[in-house]
Design a protein around this ligand. Structure first.
Ligand SMILES: Nc1ncnc2c1ncn2[C@@H]1O[C@H](COP(=O)(O)OP(=O)(O)OP(=O)(O)O)[C@@H](O)[C@H]1O
Ligand SMILES: [Mg+2]
Length: 463
C-alpha cells in the first residue's frame, strides 16, 4: 500500500475554512485551473497572502477548487509516472518510476471524479456527457489525460493521467537508465541523421508505456537543426529544442461530428514541405499515407506503433485498418523494439531488439537483426551492423563501410562522455548540432562542461 507522502494533507477538518476562502477570493480565480506543481505552490503562496487562514487550509482550497482535488498530491510527486482512477469505491492506483504499479489509500466518490473530469473537459474546450463518454485531453502542465464515463466504464468514471516530465527524457537518461548502450545510441544517431544523405525511416514499437514516445523524442535531438520538422500526435507529448518545428495535434469529433484525424494532418503535413515527419502512435489509415510518403522519397520519418515484436508489427501494418501493401514495407528502414520489465526490484525499459527491413521475397518481408538481447546475460548485443541500411548509406554518402564504422565509434565515444557528464537537454542539443558543423569543436565544447555535478537520479546505472 502506498500512502501519500509528498503533500499529504487531511482536508476534511478544513471544510469551513475552505468555504470561507472560496467566498473571499473565489471570484478572482474563476476559471483558474492549475496542475503544475510550481504553479500550485505559487498559487498557495499568493492566496495565503490575501486571506487570514492556515496554509494547510489554503492548500486544501487550491487542491479542491483550482486543481485536481484529491489527485493533486500525486501531481506534486515527481516520482510518479501515472495516476489512475479506476472506478468509485476503488483505490486510486499510481505507477511509480521505480516500484511500478501501487495501490494507494486514496478513494474518490463518483461525484468527485466527475467534477475533475468536467474541469479537465472545460479547460480543453470539450464536452463529456453520456453521448460522448470518452475524453482525450491535456492538463495545463502538459500531462496527457484520458477519461471515461460509466456509459462505457460500468464500475464508474475513470481517469488516467500520464504525467508530464518537466524535463523530457534525453539520450543521457536512456543510456544511464540502461535502455540502450552508447553503441546502440550511436547507431541510432547515425540512422536518424543519415550522414545528411539518407536519414532512416524508423518505427519504434513496444507495449503500453514501454517508453516509445520518450525514445522517439530523445532520438529527435539528433535531427540537424536546419531541417524542417513536423510532428503529429493526438495529444502533444513531443518536446524539442529545435526552433524550426511545427507540432500538430488531432481534433476529436465535435458535436457536429467534425474531426481532424491523424491521416488528415499527415496529408496536410506532406503539403508543408517537411524534411522530417514525427508521428505519434500509428494505428489507422495514416499508416498507408505514411508508407506512401516514404515510398515516394520522404526520408527521416519516425513513428511509434503499439506492438510487441517485429513480426506483430509487420502483420499489423499489412492488415486492416492499416492496409499497407507488403511491397511498400521496405521503405521502412529500421524497427526499434522496446519493452518494460522488472529486473530484480527495478523497473527498466529496454530496447531489446533492433531490426532492419532487408527486402521482400514473394509474400515474405525479410529482416536482418542488428541488435538483440541475449536471453542468458540480459545484455543487448550487436549482431550485424553493416546490413542493407549501412550499405545504402555508404553508397549514398560516398563513405566506405570502414569509414562509417569509424564515425560510429567516434559518436559512441562522444555519447559515453555526454552520458557520464550527465548533460542536460539544452547542452546535448548544443553538442550534437555543433558536431555537425565541427566534430573537433563539439569535443572541445564537451570538455568545457563540468562532470557529474548534478545529482544522480534514482534508477540510473553507474556509468
Ligand atoms: N527509457 C526509460 N526509462 C525509464 N522510464 C521511462 C523510459 N522511457 C519512458 N519512461 C517513462 O515511462 C512512461 C511512459 O513513457 P512513454 O510515454 O514514452 O511510453 P509509450 O510507450 O509512448 O506509452 P503509450 O503506450 O502510452 O503511448 C513515462 O512516464 C516516461 O517518463
Ligand atoms: Mg506514446
Amino acid at each position: 500500500m502506498w500512502r501519500r507522502g509528498v503533500g499529504r494533507i487531511e482536508c476534511d477538518s478544513y471544510e469551513q475554512e475552505v468555504r470561507r476562502i472560496h467566498e473571499r477570493v473565489g471570484s478572482s480565480y474563476r476559471g483558474t485551473f492549475v496542475t503544475d506543481p510550481q504553479e500550485i505552490e505559487r498559487l498557495v503562496r499568493e492566496i495565503s497572502s490575501r486571506v487570514d487562514a492556515p496554509e494547510e487550509a489554503v492548500r486544501c482550497y487550491v487542491y479542491s477548487h483550482l486543481s485536481l482535488g484529491k489527485l493533486t498530491p500525486f501531481m506534486m510527486d515527481d516520482n510518479l509516472e501515472e495516476i489512475m482512477v479506476v472506478g468509485h469505491g476503488l483505490p486510486v492506483y499510481i505507477f511509480d518510476r521505480i516500484a511500478g504499479m501501487k495501490e494507494t489509500d486514496v478513494f474518490l466518490s463518483e461525484a468527485e471524479v466527475r467534477e475533475i473530469i468536467e474541469r479537465i473537459a472545460r479547460h480543453n474546450g470539450r464536452r463529456v456527457d453520456p453521448q460522448s463518454p470518452l475524453l482525450d485531453a491535456r492538463l495545463p502542465d502538459g500531462s496527457r489525460v484520458n477519461a471515461t464515463l460509466p456509459e462505457v466504464s460500468p464500475r464508474g468514471s475513470t481517469i488516467t493521467i500520464r504525467k508530464f516530465r518537466r524535463e523530457p527524457l534525453t539520450i543521457v537518461d536512456l543510456i544511464r537508465f540502461g535502455t540502450m548502450s552508447p553503441r546502440l545510441a550511436s547507431y541510432l544517431w547515425l540512422a536518424v541523421e543519415g550522414l545528411r544523405t539518407k536519414p532512416a525511416n524508423i518505427l519504434i514499437i513496444g507495449g503500453t508505456a514501454s517508453g516509445k514516445t520518450s525514445t522517439m523524442n530523445a532520438l529527435s535531438a539528433f535531427v540537424p537543426e536546419n531541417e524542417r520538422i513536423i510532428s503529429i500526435e493526438d495529444v502533444l507529448e513531443i518536446s524539442l529544442m529545435h526552433r524550426h518545428w511545427i507540432p500538430l495535434e488531432t481534433r476529436p469529433p465535435d458535436s457536429e461530428g467534425n474531426e481532424i484525424t491523424m491521416d488528415d494532418l499527415l496529408k496536410n503535413a506532406l503539403r508543408m514541405r517537411p524534411d522530417r515527419i514525427l508521428l505519434g502512435e500509428v494505428r489507422g489509415e495514416e499508416a498507408l499515407t505514411l508508407f506512401t510518403a516514404m515510398n515516394t522519397g520522404h526520408d527521416g520519418c519516425m513513428a511509434t506503433l503499439h506492438a510487441n515484436s517485429a513480426k506483430e508489427t509487420l502483420s499489423r501494418l499489412t492488415s486492416h485498418p492499416m492496409n499497407v501493401p507488403k511491397i511498400m514495407i521496405p521503405a521502412l528502414d529500421i524497427i526499434v523494439a522496446q519493452k518494460k520489465q522488472m529486473e530484480g526490484r527495478t523497473l527498466r525499459r529496454r530496447i531489446f531488439e533492433v531490426l532492419e527491413i532487408s527486402g521482400t521475397e514473394g509474400e515474405n518481408v525479410l529482416t536482418n537483426t542488428l541488435f538483440r538481447q541475449n536471453p542468458k546475460t540480459g545484455a543487448v548485443e550487436e549482431v550485424l551492423i553493416n546490413g542493407r541500411y549501412m550499405q545504402h548509406l555508404s553508397s549514398m554518402s560516398n563513405m566506405s563501410l570502414r569509414e562509417i564504422d569509424e564515425e560510429l565509434r567516434r559518436r559512441e565515444a562522444l555519447l559515453e562522455v555526454v552520458a557520464r557528464k550527465r548533460l542536460k537537454m539544452k547542452e546535448i542539443h548544443e553538442v550534437v548540432q555543433l558536431y555537425y558543423r565541427s566534430p573537433e569543436a563539439a569535443v572541445e565544447k564537451l570538455e568545457s562542461y563540468v562532470m557529474g555535478e548534478r545529482p544522480k537520479k534514482k534508477g540510473w546505472l553507474d556509468i
